[in-house]
Design a protein around this ligand. Structure first.
Ligand SMILES: Cc1cc2nc3c(=O)[nH]c(=O)nc-3n(C[C@H](O)[C@H](O)[C@H](O)COP(=O)(O)O)c2cc1C
Length: 347
């Protein structure tokens, strides 16, 4: 059985009784370290008896960039995969009931502890990456990725019902970079978009535990070739982190592997598949080869560009995430809200 196997709940199945408070806290703490768009952490957890419910926090949705909540749900999917691996780490099979109530679209999943299943080494390794994994921004180091990694990542995506498509030829990579740049310009032309993004990029020194702080991006990001622009978190203020001299130099313009996570459909269940696949890919890449991801989802937030990417580069499947994979110098940081802030009484 795979390390992160999940089963959908069979209602006749006996559960393991109430989950103790420490275990609940450990699961919620871990889930909070999932990646989320603009670090919005658009989720809350409702522990009740033998299960933990994961809810989308719709107040944290990006109204302008993400009107349908697609990126919000992808983020929740990443948190859900993390809940599953955390439950496996506790020594149980996660029993997941996805989107259990059509009348409560914000309810993403109910997860309970299934059969006892001691955490095998692979679970421990993946779980150990949950806190370590960091979004990279900028160029990668020159190491080429081992040929064995990509097939493994493709399998991880498939196991979650998604596909990882790698842009191998130069023209596809260059076209995706150009579309990202076009989207970045289009978004900067929209004052509503600019002010929404600014709300999630706090000023240096802020005590907020969400959003993209200056520790999460470079003051002078290295330019990749082809050029995949990052988001403008510093807004011309010169904020950002200096590269540490000890960090090792990124290679000139090293873009890394350019890939798109796609799904066959494009509804909430598909977005959840994409999010779970994303976190599974990221943890595997980090565990196997210390490989990190940089994300460039600007073009997927512009409907015309997303449609263009779907038809031209995804064989008609729906693009959910655009990322680059490579070996990064570390040193970027991120923040999270503590479990108390994301735990509520489930109704
Ligand atoms: C749906 C989604 C879209 C994202 N888009 C971008 C992006 O366009 N640019 C970027 O720099 N990071 C992007 N990210 C990464 C988040 O900003 C990052 O996960 C968050 O700031 C938390 O930081 P961490 O991943 O280092 O823990 C995205 C993440 C998700 C889940």
């Amino acid at each position: 059985m795979s390390a992160t196997h999940q089963r959908n709940r069979d209602e006749s199945e006996p559960d393991n009784g109430p989950i103790n408070d420490n275990d609940v806290r450990q699961v919620i703490e871990a889930a909070g370290w999932a990646p989320s768009v603009h670090n919005t952490q658009p989720w809350w957890f409702g522990p009740r008896g033998s299960r933990i419910s994961l809810h989308a926090d719709v107040e944290r949705r990006l109204e302008v960039a993400d009107p349908d909540g697609r990126e919000m749900v992808i983020s929740c999917g990443a948190a859900l995969f993390t809940v599953r691996i955390a439950v496996r780490k506790l020594g149980y099979e996660p029993v997941v009931h996805l989107l259990p109530d059509p009348d409560r679209p914000g309810l993403i999943a109910d997860v309970s502890l299934g059969r006892p299943e001691p955490a095998i080494e692979d679970v421990e390794r993946l779980f150990a990456q949950v806190r370590r994994r960091r979004t990279h921004r900028g160029a990668f180091r020159s190491e080429t990725l081992p040929a064995s990694l990509l097939p493994k990542l493709r399998v991880e995506a498939t196991l979650e019902g998604a596909t990882l498509r790698v842009a191998v030829d130069t023209h596809t990579r260059t076209a995706l970079a150009a579309l990202t740049e076009a989207a970045e310009h289009v978004q900067r032309l929209n004052p509503r978009h600019v002010s929404e993004a600014a709300r999630w990029a706090p000023v240096p020194g802020s005590s907020r535990r969400d959003g993209i702080h200056e520790g999460a991006y470079r003051r002078e990001p290295e330019r990749t070739e082809p050029y995949f622009p990052g988001r403008d978190f510093a807004r011309g203020h010169g904020w950002g982190t200096e590269r540490q001299a000890s960090a090792g130099d990124p290679d000139e313009n090293m873009t890394g592997l350019v890939a798109i996570v796609t799904t066959a459909g494009d509804d909430r269940a598909d977005w959840l598949r994409a999010g779970q696949a994303l976190q599974r890919i990221l943890l595997r890449a980090c565990a196997e080869e210390d490989v990190s991801a940089a994300f460039h989802t600007q073009a997927l937030e512009v409907p015309e560009l997303r449609e263009f990417i779907r038809t031209r580069f995804c064989a008609g499947e729906h693009p959910q995430m655009l990322l680059r994979l490579g070996v990064a110098d570390s040193g970027l940081t991120s923040v999270r809200r503590p479990p108390e802030d994301v735990t509520r009484q489930a109704p």
